[in-house]
Unconditional design. Structure first.
Length: 261
């Protein structure tokens, strides 16, 4: 079974329709993207962190899945700190590096905003099963079934890429092709993986067409996708987080709309 398929947990978030999780993550992200300020991002992050404890995800899994965010956010902030737009009092100036009050504030806002946008999205999608998401997109959002099922089939094959890569690596090592030229071997192995993926995709497409996945008639679904009380509750939580962050930022005078000059 693909690693993309998550085990169903006992927490309530595991039973929520993936469409609601996607909508909530997009709502929070869209709201925080509208302004570059540290207040809205910090308020949203402060409201999100306690909720992550009730997401039904083990601490080790949560740490591993969010580790790229914790690593990337400080580096993004450091870049803004050293090379961001200069304003206010100057603290350090050397060649292209110019640290000012404005760059410090912008760096802090960048780090907080990245964490506030990325963390809930990652945590929500840890609990998403690809099949449930496809069912919701087709039945609730009314996306074309051909597009949804094709994307689902492709997503299911992503987990096989690692297995194929390991098999190719072992096969080349057994033939004595992995002793030298690591860079050249990388490109050759990547091309072999591409060829293998195209062949598998062609076979899968033929099999799906033969089973009527591309037919013009309205298709039926093995599992009905529901959007009920739990889904609306999750959306309401997202609205409360976004509204509280925006209101606090506006009231404190820190709201900095990205379209403003």
């Amino acid at each position: 079974m693909s690693a993309l398929v998550q085990a169903r947990g006992t927490a309530a978030i595991h039973t929520v329709n993936p469409v609601a999780k996607l909508a909530t993550a997009l709502l929070i992200a869209f709201t925080l993207v509208l302004s570059i300020d540290w207040v809205s991002a910090s308020v949203a992050l402060a409201l999100e962190l306690p909720l992550l404890a009730f997401a039904g995800v083990r601490a080790r899994t949560l740490l591993l899945r969010t580790s790229p965010i914790w690593i990337a956010a400080p580096f993004a902030g450091l870049t803004i700190l050293l090379y961001g737009k200069a304003s206010g009092a100057s603290h350090l100036e050397w060649m292209f590096v110019h640290v000012t009050d404005g760059s410090i504030e912008l760096a802090v806002a960048t780090v907080l905003r990245l964490l506030a946008i990325a963390l809930p999205g990652v945590v929500l999608f840890i609990t998403v099963d690809p099949t449930d998401l496809a069912d919701g997109l087709a039945q609730i959002v009314k996306l074309p079934a051909r597009f949804v099922l094709g994307a689902l089939a492709g997503l299911r094959l992503v987990g096989l890429f690692l297995d194929d890569w390991k098999s190719l690596e072992l096969a080349r090592r057994a033939r004595g092709l992995a002793d030298s030229g690591r860079i050249r071997r990388l490109f050759g192995q990547a091309f072999a993986l591409l060829v293998l993926s195209i062949r598998r995709g062609s076979k899968l497409a033929t099999a799906m067409e033969a089973r009527g996945f591309g037919g013009p008639t309205e298709r039926s679904w093995a599992r009905e996708s529901h959007f009920g009380r739990n889904e609306w509750a999750l959306l309401l939580i997202g609205v409360v987080i976004a509204a509280t962050a925006v209101t606090t930022s506006v009231e404190t005078g820190e709201w900095n709309f990205i379209a403003a000059p």
